[in-house]
Unconditional design. Sequence first.
Length: 167
Amino acid sequence: MEYPDTTNLPSELQEALSTHSANIYRMVAHSPGMAASFLSMADAMLQANSLPLPLRELAILRVGHIYSAPYEIHHHERFARAVGLGDIAIAAAATGSTDGLSSEEAAILALTDRLLLSHTLDDSDRKSALEFLSVTQLADFVLTVGFYQLVCNFLNAFEVTTDGEPF
């Protein structure tokens, strides 16, 4: 699917897109009524998220792999490395294997899988998570997994690629 002609978009969306050059943001502009809110949520995921950055990226990568979303994996492997997530953890996001991971990384993978497969966390999961996360961090984790499920569904449905992106 072609990207929308931005000259036909509302001026406030044109302005918002001027600072969001990634192809996913360009494609989201097909929904001008929701695009600005999507951009705001995407910014919050990356800037206001209390989850420790390496754990956030590990969860996002796991979602990307489960959803077979190469665009998401491409971008978030770069982010993961930039925030210090190691090669073993990045590889584990693809397989779900917890070999060689810290206890927190292994728990994040397990919790991400639980959310993706069961669509919830049970009492035991929450208790385990709260041993190393605050309640705010747990809430941000659940929102992160859910948001990136949405992102991956969108990327896959519209076959968004990195073609033409500057990065």
